[in-house]
Write a protein that binds this ligand. Structure first.
Ligand SMILES: C[S@@+](CC[C@H](N)C(=O)[O-])C[C@H]1O[C@@H](n2cnc3c(N)ncnc32)[C@H](O)[C@@H]1O
Length: 325
């Protein structure tokens, strides 16, 4: 089956070239599983994960137009279990204190201070927002890691190697600085590791003619972010419908930098469809793929809403033009 634009499909990112034309894609923007133990990574070993990334990057060598880019948003792996690594510490004094924050205690604090936000409750209890969220919902706000952090594994070298194997080149990398993810975890974190508040965007290039068009941005935008390596973009506030969304502004910037209206943008780890919402909002065509049905349904809905919004804006513009004429 061929994938038609402006839709999201149930499928596997490793099999894109069965469904999309050779050299049809102007930009691919995605954020893969990070190998941090999320539900959609269940049963995947580190080797499986590397193979997944390798195969998906290789698919892009076929699909991208010559001179086009693949932008991969990813963070360093912080949950690589390594039994050969000795334990850093014997006793964690801070964790003893955190263990006292029970769900009952959080519920009591909330009934005593019903007007307070999660942040306010965290302050009352002397714990982090994450702890409050975990006790109430059994999960992490804005994603987070589910397995014990053991060894840090940097991903940049791996992405670069996989790209070269596929015939793509690492052209650029940007650092996405999120708002300090959980403001007060800077005090409440229980390790010497820094609060994880940045990710990367690795930009891979398929050799061929590339049009560099600064006019896609205004002068101020070019100076503020187009030519800058560090992008400050607040992370998504609520991961209630998908646990690992990136903010709309991230794909928006990449799409504006690297494509023109009418170009085909894809995201083969579409999740909630953020890249699609950005793409169609900017007048690009979009194909999304995810291998989990509930995310495909969610992304389709988000994409449909964005397309509807775009048609409303067009109708208003058309009305204005008719009035002027
Ligand atoms: C980090 S999330 C992407 C979130 C997305 N950027 C957003 O803003 O909503 C990764 C997604 O990849 C999907 N996924 C994992 N393995 C896949 C595969 N082999 N093929 C297609 N999708 C896959 C997961 O279901 C998950 O929704």
């Amino acid at each position: 089956m061929k994938f038609l634009p402006d839709d999201v499909y149930l499928g596997d990112a490793r099999e894109l070239s069965k469904h999309l034309g050779r050299e049809s894609v102007a930009l691919s923007v995605w954020s893969p599983p990070y190998h941090v133990g999320k539900a959609y990574e269940r049963g995947m070993s580190f080797r499986d994960w590397q193979e997944l990334l390798g195969r998906v990057i290789a698919e892009h060598a076929v699909l991208l137009r010559p001179g086009a880019f693949l932008a991969v948003n990813i963070a360093d792996i912080l949950c690589l279990k390594d039994s050969s690594m000795p334990r850093l510490m014997g006793e964690n004094v801070a964790r003893r204190r955190r263990a006292e924050i029970t769900p009952e205690l959080v519920a009591q604090a909330w009934s005593k201070h019903p007007g307070l936000s999660r942040k306010g409750i965290a302050r009352v209890l002397g714990c982090s927002e994450q702890t409050v969220d975990r006790r109430m919902k059994g999960n992490n706000i804005r994603g987070g890691k589910y397995a014990t952090q053991t060894r840090v594994k940097l991903v940049g070298g791996l992405i670069e190697e996989l790209a070269l194997e596929a015939g793509l080149y690492l052209y650029d990398r940007r650092i996405w600085v999120k708002d300090a993810a959980w403001e007060n975890s800077r005090w409440h974190s229980v390790s010497y590791r820094a609060v994880d508040e940045f990710e990367y965007v690795f930009v891979l290039w398929k050799p061929g003619p590339t049009r560099i068009d600064k006019a896609r941005l205004s002068r101020d935008e070019w100076i503020a972010w187009g030519s800058r390596a560090v992008w400050n973009i607040p992370s998504v506030r609520a991961n209630d419908d998908h646990e690992a969304k990136f903010p709309l502004e991230l794909p928006r910037r990449l799409i504006r930098l690297f494509t023109d209206p009418g170009d085909l943008v894809i995201d083969c780890f579409a999740g909630s469809g953020t890249s699609g919402v950005a793409a169609v909002g900017l007048g690009r065509r979009f194909v999304g793929v995810d291998n989990v049905q509930k995310y495909v349904t969610l992304a389709k809905r988000n994409l449909r809403n964005a397309l509807h919004e775009r048609s409303q804006v067009n109708l208003e513009l058309f009305g204005d033009l008719k009035r002027v004429a």
